[in-house]
Design a binder for this molecule. Structure first.
Ligand SMILES: [Zn+2]
Length: 405
């Protein structure tokens, strides 16, 4: 059994028209007109294919095949980042839908239901993973209060979509009703392309930590303070940024660290910076490595500060724990790829996905397909039609195996 590659391509083309940008990408911010139109198209397409549909109180849109008590879910998201690409999230939803239509066409009866689900707000113009957190019961009141797109935008968006904030809690599903979760997604990085592999089997979604480092030195006259007598907070921060990059590259293979923002105060041509605020984010595949990486980075920050007579303060901001995906589901995906004769590679995901929410409540796995040039979150985002179809076929094979067919 295969997914209809022509239908998959036609559906991807059809949904790409919603929020199409002149550069060839798409922009479908959560609950924007383009996003709501794409979701309406999804429901209509599912109904025309003879599938049942459902929209839950978190706005998650589903197409359902079968009426078993337990459900194997196949999902991803139709929302995008600003000025995004055509494949991120969309491929997973459209492939899931086509997996269901392929199975429906054979008329085989499965012991469980299959559900293709478009989660609300994965890419986070409002909250991030809003729909999958609500469905798994891991949504927190704090994430709604401090919505990263702003609380006003969240409330206005929910209203536009005909949803209520209090209703979000009702989207929770009893984990006992779930028989597994699979997500097909583009890799969004260069690993598969470089390795010449067609399928990525995601073993874990990396964890990340973010913090502010505040270097406090002494402001002073830029003309009269001799070079040897300065306590330049800006220099300490700059030296740290360079050292951190070297440190990670040399001692923490597979991990990444980024200085995403650097603010100097008072901020003038003629004043030595007395304060430097530096936004540091780092990611690794397991908690022990994250701990070691954090220790090493902070020790380095203190060393660069000490060397310049500068103090350093640390303010933790965010913490995402690494999420291992289910080992049994990884094997199922590997087997499905092998049966199709596809070259598969086990790898970690450096980006977050709905699968990390689902992994908390059910056996979850992810299938990656190559991103041309590793490009993502950009209109140039591209995955070949052949790779899209390969990924959909692996999703189909793995879904049948999880469904006990
Ligand atoms: Zn995505």
């Amino acid at each position: 059994m295969r997914v209809d590659a022509d239908a998959l391509r036609a559906d991807l083309g059809a949904v790409s028209r919603f929020g199409a940008t002149p550069a060839g990408g798409v922009e479908r911010l959560t609950f924007s007109d383009a996003h709501l139109a794409a979701r309406a198209w999804f429901l209509d397409r599912a109904r025309r294919a003879g599938l049942r549909t459902r929209v839950d109180p978190a706005g998650n849109h589903s197409a359902i095949l079968g009426d078993g008590e337990r459900t194997v879910m196949l999902g991803s998201h139709l929302d995008t980042v600003p000025n995004g690409g055509r494949f991120d999230g969309t491929l997973g939803v459209i492939a899931a839908l086509n997996v269901l239509t392929a199975i429906a066409a054979t008329g085989i009866e499965l012991p469980v239901s299959l559900e293709a689900i478009d989660f609300t707000d994965e890419d986070g113009s409002l909250v991030g993973l809003l729909g999958s957190w609500a469905l798994t019961g891991t949504l927190t009141r704090e994430s709604l209060r401090a919505a990263r797109g702003g609380r006003e935008a969240l409330l206005a968006g929910l209203e536009r979509a005909g949803l209520r904030e209090e209703g979000l809690w009702d989207a929770r599903r009893d984990p006992a009703t779930l028989a597994g979760y699979l997500e097909l997604h583009i890799e969004q990085g260069p690993v598969l392309e470089r390795a010449g592999a067609q399928i990525g089997i995601v073993t874990a979604i990396v964890g990340s930590r973010s913090l502010w480092l505040r270097f406090r030195g002494a402001a002073g006259h830029a003309g009269t303070t001799p070079m040897g007598e300065r306590r330049d907070a800006g220099l300490a921060a700059a030296a740290f940024a360079l050292a951190a990059s070297d440190l990670v590259a040399r001692e923490f293979p597979g991990a990444v660290a980024t200085v995403g923002e650097l603010r100097l105060q008072p901020g003038a041509f003629n004043v030595i910076p007395g304060l430097a605020e530096l936004a540091l984010e780092f990611r690794a595949g397991d908690a022990a490595t994250l701990d070691r990486l954090e220790d090493a980075l902070l020790a380095r920050a203190r060393r660069e500060a000490d060397a310049r007579g500068v103090a350093v303060e640390v303010e933790p901001v965010g913490r995402w724990e690494p999420t291992p995906l289910d080992a049994g589901v990884c094997d199922v995906i590997e087997h499905a790829a092998a049966r199709l004769g596809l070259r598969a590679l086990r790898m970690r995901s450096g980006a977050g996905h709905d699968a990390q929410a689902l992994a908390a409540v059910t056996a979850a796995g992810m299938v990656f397909v190559p991103s041309v040039g590793g490009v993502s979150h950009d209109p140039r985002e591209l995955t070949s039609w052949e790779d899209c179809a390969n990924g959909a076929d692996v999703l189909l094979g793995a879904a049948l195996a999880l469904a006990g067919a």
